[in-house]
Design a protein around this ligand. Sequence first.
Ligand SMILES: [Zn+2]
Length: 410
Amino acid sequence: MKFKLLIVALFWFNQNFSQTISVEYIKKHISVLSNDSLQGRGTGTIGEAKAANYISQEFKKIGLKPVGGNNSYLKSFQYKQSSNPHGASDKDTAVKILNSKNIIGFLDNNSPNTLIIGAHYDHLGFGDDQNSLEANPKGKIHNGADDNASGVAGVIELARYFSNSKSKSNYLFLCFSGEELGLIGSKKFVDNSDFEPAKINAMINMDMIGRLNDSTKKLMVYGVGTSPSFVNNVENANTYFKLVLDSSGVGPSDHTSFYLKNIPVLHFFTGQHPDYHKPSDDLEKINFVGEQKVLEYIIDIVKKIDTEPKLEFKKTRDSNNDNAPKFKVTLGIMPDYSFEGKGVKVDGVSDNKPAFNAGVKKGDIIIKLGNLEVTDMRSYMQGLADSKKGDTKELVVKRNGKDELLKVTF
Ligand SMILES: [Zn+2]
């Protein structure tokens, strides 16, 4: 009996030590950062400053070098936010100055090359900057457990891992503010005169890595076209996930800022969900073991990158943001970015928005908007860019294999 117990104990011991990333730490970071007391970590708010202090303390415990300036991890910046971004004339537009900061820790292994590992730590606060997808967001705390407390937990735990392992590369660990307002913190970081893109081997971004679906095992990896080494490394390191790869270096998160400075980038994302940008993006919905698997996978990719010479950068298709369609309207749906078929699959519908009022349902696949065939995200966005407030258009969706004709009013 005792012998048996010993074997069980040894087995347990072994199991725990064979794992490189701790689920308990992931849980702890996300529960602190997505707690109501941080009031949704809006850019420039007291709640966000509390988050910045917590992350700094964790960097300090791990022993990272503070390189934000003045022996601190915090690098302050100012951002002028116009209170009326939706087309009011200049004289009606009030400008608010937001004071915020990025958080920067360095792990120096005396290498000529540095790998950046980053995630944004800001979120939507009380939902009053028009980015919330809740019907009536005002006054509701948007905790952002997945977006992006999950990514920040990833930065901290990867910092711990690489601090305890031998490596040929230096690592710069970054947490950005102002992402939700338009990648502000990462832009400020790359535009700073101290920043030397030539020394950076690659940038790894994590934005929403906490909602791995255990049955589909889908993991999105963006930016695989930004260096010729990436596709092989990303595929060879994978033993678990159903990968959805996207070559483009431009996407809706901070890696874009680095790609535009000719740095190879990879961005990890466990996928969209109906709680996206809503007050319901909470701790209890996080898949902690799933996040552990994502982080262990990223470690394996980094190890492969670190054995190679400095990565070659490659431009990917249409990287000019200025050509992206500009919208005057929204439909109020959450697209399923992992959908590979023809059209745009609806992963969630926001209450009381045009799609909701037209009768669009979760699971529908949008195939036509007005006269425009919707084949993918790009044509869908073009359809929105061609629409204006007050327009009524026909919207064709595939529902349970059949075409349904709906009428949408923007
Ligand atoms: Zn995010």
